[in-house]
Ligand binder design. Sequence first.
Ligand SMILES: CCCCC/C=C/C(=O)SCCNC(=O)CCNC(=O)[C@H](O)C(C)(C)COP(=O)(O)OP(=O)(O)OC[C@H]1O[C@@H](n2cnc3c(N)ncnc32)[C@H](O)[C@@H]1OP(=O)(O)O
Ligand SMILES: NC(=O)C1=CN([C@@H]2O[C@H](COP(=O)(O)OP(=O)(O)OC[C@H]3O[C@@H](n4cnc5c(N)ncnc54)[C@H](OP(=O)(O)O)[C@@H]3O)[C@@H](O)[C@H]2O)C=CC1
Length: 283
Amino acid sequence: MFRRDLLQDKVVVITGGGTGLGRAIGERYLELGAKLAIASRREEVLARAAQEMTAQGGEVFYKSCDVREEKQIADLFDAVFAHYGKVDILVNNAAGNFISPTERLSAHAVDAVLKIVLHGTFYTTLELGKRWITSGQGGVMLNIVTTYAASGAGSGFVVPSAAAKAGVLSLTRSLAVEWAKYGIRQVAIAPGMFPTEGAWSRLVPSDEIAERLMHRVPLRRVGNKSELANLAAFLVSDEAGYINGEVVTIDGGEWLQGAGEFNELIDLSAHDWDQLSAMTRKK
Ligand SMILES: CCCCC/C=C/C(=O)SCCNC(=O)CCNC(=O)[C@H](O)C(C)(C)COP(=O)(O)OP(=O)(O)OC[C@H]1O[C@@H](n2cnc3c(N)ncnc32)[C@H](O)[C@@H]1OP(=O)(O)O
Ligand SMILES: NC(=O)C1=CN([C@@H]2O[C@H](COP(=O)(O)OP(=O)(O)OC[C@H]3O[C@@H](n4cnc5c(N)ncnc54)[C@H](OP(=O)(O)O)[C@@H]3O)[C@@H](O)[C@H]2O)C=CC1
């Protein structure tokens, strides 16, 4: 699908790059010639991922980093710059989320999500942005958000995530303008349903919920990680150099089905339509 050298020698930092979608994005980037640095809290997860990801070749540097901690982020970038000499691309992928009626949440639970998603993304963006601006080097920042942020609708039962991801999208669009003069480009992806252990264990804990969610997708399937990884590769590549401040939704049409008032009629049979037509046509 892509030139094999699309991301040749680009150095990419991916937060949460040891699991799920972050790892899938990293694997695709490696195939396209990039050098990776993956970071998250659990060092053993990163170490295993780095080993497995480089089985076919390529280079993956890893370092434990809690994105809620400013000092750990500075240490991360110090280490990556020392190792590779530069950073070209940042993928803000780390996140926290779980379903809960909002009235059951404590302040601590709200903070648990806001601090990873909103503060963490802001801190990594700020740390790397300052370094790029000081050195005169530009780059690309890709933020992974959600359809309920991109649509502007938010979502019940994941309200801290909805609020935080909306903030991240606002950060994306705001800096797309403010930092363009430094050669820093901002883009975002809003994924729909992509089964990962991290997301499914916290958000889709039963078959019943899975069935309900799936029914919302016009394509009637979940996304393949490779589909998302391909989009993530294009958006950070020089081929997408004129895309700045945009969010691309990849959800099989899910949010649109929810938005159209009459889309619920999708399940009606031909027989149902015959009856309805007879009722609605002028007599
Ligand atoms: C299906 C389509 C997908 C839709 C969009 C998906 C978006 C995503 O972001 S998917 C990514 C999911 N992956 C993760 O969340 C990975 C990282 N998550 C975590 O580490 C935890 O889940 C975390 C977010 C809770 C953070 O962990 P930690 O900082 O260790 O927090 P604590 O375990 O100490 O909990 C803090 C606070 O939150 C309360 N809490 C935790 N889980 C739940 C829950 N499932 N329901 C209700 N409350 C929860 C916990 O009880 C603590 O509050 P207090 O008890 O008041 O202290
Ligand atoms: N899967 C899906 O259907 C969807 C996912 N998304 C988004 O995609 C992204 C990836 O999610 P997914 O792969 O599904 O889930 P995962 O749970 O696999 O990914 C979350 C990653 O974030 C890391 N992380 C969490 N907290 C921190 C922290 N404080 N500091 C550093 N890293 C942290 C985790 O590693 P560790 O625990 O080691 O810190 C983990 O690697 C997220 O931004 C999510 O919001 C959006 C819409 C749908």
